[in-house]
Design a protein around this ligand. Sequence first.
Ligand code: NAD
Length: 337
Amino acid sequence: MFKIGIIGCGRIVEEGHAPAFKELIKDVNVVALADTAIERCEKIGGILNVDRAHWYTDYTEMLKKEKLDFVDIALPHFLHEKVVIDCANAGVNIISEKPLATNLKEVDHMLKAVEKNEVILAVLHNYRYQPAMKKAIEITKAGVIGTRFIIRSEGLGGSHYAGTGAYDPDWRTKQNMAGGGCLIDNGYHNIYISRELMGADVVSVYARVNTYYHKIDVDDSAFLLLKHSNGGTTSIQIAWAVKAGGQGVNEVHGKLGSIFFGREGKPLGVFLNEKGTWEYPDVSAIPQNSFTGIFQDIFYAVEKGEKVPTDGYEARRNLQIIMAAYESARKEKVVKV
Ligand SMILES: NC(=O)c1ccc[n+]([C@@H]2O[C@H](COP(=O)([O-])OP(=O)(O)OC[C@H]3O[C@@H](n4cnc5c(N)ncnc54)[C@H](O)[C@@H]3O)[C@@H](O)[C@H]2O)c1
């Protein structure tokens, strides 16, 4: 049974992490909470049954007083660096929200502290665990649609995911707190997903990144063309600028067939070229909450002494591609990664 302290008890902890911890009651025990806004400790303490004697407005106090196996960090991006380093120096294993930081320099400081203190760092690339995505990854890995060469990954929305009102609901729209806009926040997921579905890493990126609609100092739309090491291409479209909402297209095309997400109202459709038929795999046995799946895999990996699903180096690689996309947009050039 792992003892966990949460640092940052905001919206995603309420909507994603806390329900997952409740589902994983046999593996984990959330014993302490830290948030500068005490009402957030109260909120999450109520959901996870954590007594007020274990609520902290200063996470360093929590690190001193509690015996923790892991911290779960869900703070605005710009706060991750200092908190991860403090936790590593306190000898506590770390689960961190994505992106690991707002730039690669911060990530390198974090990785240095993690290495020095020999603690575990796992980063929440949780979209890999959404039921349809998990199944699609299994299908591609099993070779069912053959070598993949085109991926479409599109999520056009009208605004950012607002943080809790107890802090600053719009921190995501501020460069100094978020390090970018919809690309670093949402597009981050599309990138690791496309790398996984293609089964090949990204070797270069061409991007257009704009602020078309909102009066904010970060991007509200991003368009990326990724070249993968197998020659395949991913196109990503992501936005906070489309009030009507886009059609949420997700497709993977391979030499033997294709995978469509959400076709005919089904989570997943698989087209087999040779047969010319569609199949609709059942995904109902996979946990609905993607955090349940990733937390479970992290804890199982640690129990067995194996590598965690997404470590700090993998998170760094994903952020490197984001940074290359911003550079590409600035220079209007293809950037190698
Ligand atoms: N993986 C996903 O699907 C996903 C989804 C949403 C958010 N996130 C990530 O989770 C993180 C948090 O996002 P959110 O939407 O929950 O934000 P939020 O603003 O709702 O929550 C942040 C919390 O941190 C607290 N906080 C601020 N400074 C603090 C400090 N110094 N010490 C302790 N607590 C402090 C705030 O009071 C607030 O409660 C971000 O990195 C975001 O990218 C990931």
